[in-house]
Design a protein around this ligand. Sequence first.
Ligand code: NAD
Length: 488
Amino acid sequence: MTDFATSVGTEVKTYQQFIAGSFSSTTEHIEVLNPCTEEIIALAPRGTKDDADRAVSAAKAAQTDWGLLPAVERAEYLKKMAQVIRENRVFLAETLSTEQAKVMGLAQVEIDVTAVYFDYYAGMARTYEGEVINSDRPGEQMMLHKLPIGIAVGICPWNFPFFVMARKIAPSLLTGNACVVKVSEETPMVCLEFARLIENIGLPAGILSIVTGYGHEIGQALSENPDVGIISLTGSVGAGHKVMEAAAKNITKVSLELGGKAPAIVCKDADLDLAVKAIVSSRIIYSGQVCNCAERVYVEEEVYDEFMTKLLPAMKAVRVGDARTDDKADMSAQINKTQLMKVDSMVKRAVEQGGEVLLGGRASQKFNKGYYYEPTVIANVEQHHEIMQDETFGPVLPVMKVSSFDQAIDYANDSDYGLTSSIYTNNINNILRATKELLFGETYVNRENFEAIQGFHAGFRKSGIGGADGKHGLEEYLQTKVMYIQQN
Ligand code: NAD
């Protein structure tokens, strides 16, 4: 038993928030459920405006000195974070898997990649740089400096809670900002366990606070705080609207990574076995709850029948099971009942609009408890149907026949979302056209959708503003200042 998380009964832990270098209690809590068993497994703090203000004040008090440290010294703390993650990798993966129904293999990947992520950004300490610019005046030097913005607030979703938390912490701390992370109320455990693990690595108090609670409460309070310099949200378009509204009050910079409705285009020359394998794995990874999952499929009519003949058995073979106890499961339960109902109601409306369910189409009957949905394939869908337009975030693949590659591109772009896309083809002209004509932040050719840490994960249209990862993701946390120095 620790002072940050006390056991109640045998399993239920009561967590505390990590603010200004120590753990503190709240009077109200939010129940955290295991989505596979519906059991309460933890009580997480329901953070308040006071908690938000305390975290921001502590960040403000600590940031100036932190920002003046050489970046290599700040990088040492990121390396320590990577180290404690590696030392506790199995425990963290088990915690993650239990609170969010992520199959253990994928949960372990998330934990391990997060350690790599901290090391990756630590390695940038010596490489991010300003510029020296030629001046128009004799004896003058012009220098462009990259300075921290000040206080960075990171607001995180439940689907990759550990990795996305690191996506906010690593670049903001390396560049000299103080950081307040608001983790999701659905999946706070693994992030608050991380707070415990880094409590004694020597980070100055206030440089990093990890808080939790509801978005409209502590999330809103953080977004409205005038001392905050940047708010980086990963979440739904709805939350993006709210954060932008709050940020507008103080002209606070926002970086938004929002939802997606990723199209997958299967061309008539595609390797169909490869396309089926990649699309199925892209659709069922974390039970369909990934922002860049294939959400809609367009298949050229010449190969539509053959594609469907291969797709259906592949989707049928997907094994659904308890994330913690079934080590052969490909996917598990949806995060909560609301998400399960949302997926189910979207499928029902797709059928009302004329769609034909070829596989699944209902909550799983295999389990007595838990929020499981069957892997689902829907045909006879039309471009204007809700299932082709709105993010489903579940294991549901609507598939549409198209008459040409031109039509596939038109339909793919006909979306409010513009996060990721994929195309299956061996035709170089199709690939070259997709480079310029598919209007999405990422396009994957002949592979499933999953980004790399050295890339730039960013969405077009309502999928967001700004982005994360790589050197461009680091720039989000910097502001540019020009010095004009006149020699006497
Ligand atoms: P969500 O929008 O419900 O919540 C995300 C976070 O925002 C949570 O911490 C929540 O508490 C907070 N929030 C909600 N309302 C807020 C408000 N008014 N002010 C401040 N904070 C607020 O999203 P979710 O259900 O946790 O995650 C799923 C969504 O996230 C999907 O749409 C998915 O596509 C998207 N997502 C996008 C990416 C990406 O990289 N683009 C990555 C993961 C998830």
